[in-house]
Design a protein around this ligand. Structure first.
Ligand code: NDP
Ligand code: DGY
Length: 328
């Protein structure tokens, strides 16, 4: 029976992934892969998924009706190498009875760590300072030069106090943060009690926070949530950090806020689009630090993500419970 099940497992993998994950898949299935570090062209994706039982995809693959139609009725499981699933057409997937695996928890620490690194790099102007050392701008120690904002005694506002949001808050607390605020759909009394975090409306979070950190998921409600109105409510001395998804932010409005001094600085690990074109106006600003979506990018985390994604797919194809299945 095991052999029969294995013969049925035709799997398509949309990118080169860490070898641990690929090895786990290959032991159990007939794997076809887009063996490149670069994204799969749409025509190859449509051809690759046709007749497959399982699909292992990335956050940069849009799995929509066209792809699902190309896969056909054999497709039983989609496993994404990410915790975010805004790239999946969930309603279409549900209609077809396809199960979905994703990678929560195992990337929380790495992403929280990167969020703290980005916050400090932005608020203490690290990329700008490094540049000044290289270009000769460092002429002497100057009392008023390269000053930024510190966490000690600050108010930190977190939009989306989920797994990553909480992990960020726990890491920031020892820096001497005075108060945590958070916004979301529901209060989270258990998570908030240890942090003494206060559940507040988004407007109050914007008005009172010295640091705003976005760690929510991208949904129709959060799309464009950080817009002109939001940035105008923030303090002129506040720092904005986004490690969720680029489209939670209206980037034109963010640019205006940074240029007009409505906020002090911004740090983004995620943008719209990705990659951000090198002529994007945000890249011309010294008070904007942009990273290439590296929140979960530690060797150990990416290896673990690939193994979990493989195990999700295999379990789903065998009709077993997945290690991490998305409740649809
Ligand atoms: P969780 O599901 O644990 O947290 C998501 C949070 O978003 C929840 O607390 C939820 O709050 C909140 N949220 C949902 N809707 C809203 C809303 N309308 N307003 C405010 N908050 C809202 O997910 P994770 O913490 O594991 O991951 C969060 C996101 O981070 C992922 O979806 C992904 O997009 C991104 N991510 C980015 C990475 C990177 O490399 N930069 C790495 C990993 C993840 P509630 O419970 O109240 O609905
Ligand atoms: C995710 O998992 O959603 C991140 O964006 C990448 O790890």
């Amino acid at each position: 029976r095991a052999a029969a099940v294995q013969r049925l497992m035709k799997v398509f993998v949309t990118r080169r992934i860490p070898p641990e994950g690929l090895a786990a898949l290959s032991r159990a299935g007939d794997v076809q892969q887009w063996d490149s570090d670069e994204p799969i062209p749409q025509s190859e994706l449509l051809a690759g998924v046709a007749g497959k039982d399982g699909l292992l995809c990335l956050l940069s693959d849009r799995i929509d009706k066209e792809v699902l139609d190309a896969a056909g009725p054999s497709l039983k499981v989609i496993s994404t190498l990410s915790v975010g699933y805004d790239h999946l057409a969930i309603e279409e997937i549900k209609k077809r009875g396809i199960r979905v695996g994703y990678t929560p928890d195992i990337l929380t620490d790495a992403t929280a760590e990167l969020t703290v690194a980005l916050l400090l790099a932005t608020s203490r102007r690290l990329p700008e300072s490094v540049e000044e050392v290289k270009n000769g701008g460092w002429t002497t120690w100057k009392p008023l030069w390269m000053c930024g904002y510190g966490l000690s005694n600050s108010t930190v506002g977190i939009i989306g106090l989920g797994r990553i949001g909480q992990a960020v808050a726990h890491r920031l607390k020892p820096f001497g943060v005075k108060k945590f605020l958070y916004a979301g759909r529901h209060p989270k009394p258990e998570a908030a009690v240890e942090l003494k975090a206060e559940f507040v409306p988004l407007a109050k979070l914007a008005e009172e926070s010295d640091f705003v950190i976005v760690t929510c998921s991208l949904t129709p409600d959060t799309q464009g949530m950080c817009n002109r109105d939001f940035f105008c409510k923030m303090k002129k001395t506040s720092v904005f950090i986004n490690t969720s998804r680029g489209t939670v932010v209206n980037q034109k409005d963010l640019y205006e806020a940074l240029v007009n001094g409505h906020i002090a600085a911004a740090g983004l690990d995620v943008t719209t689009p990705e990659p951000l074109p090198t002529d994007n106006p945000l890249l011309s600003l010294k008070n904007c630090v942009i990273l290439p979506h590296i929140g979960s990018a530690t060797y150990a985390t990416r290896n673990a993500m690939s193994v979990l994604a493989a195990n999700n797919l295999l379990a789903g194809l065998k009709g077993e419970s997945m290690p991490s299945e998305l409740k649809l």
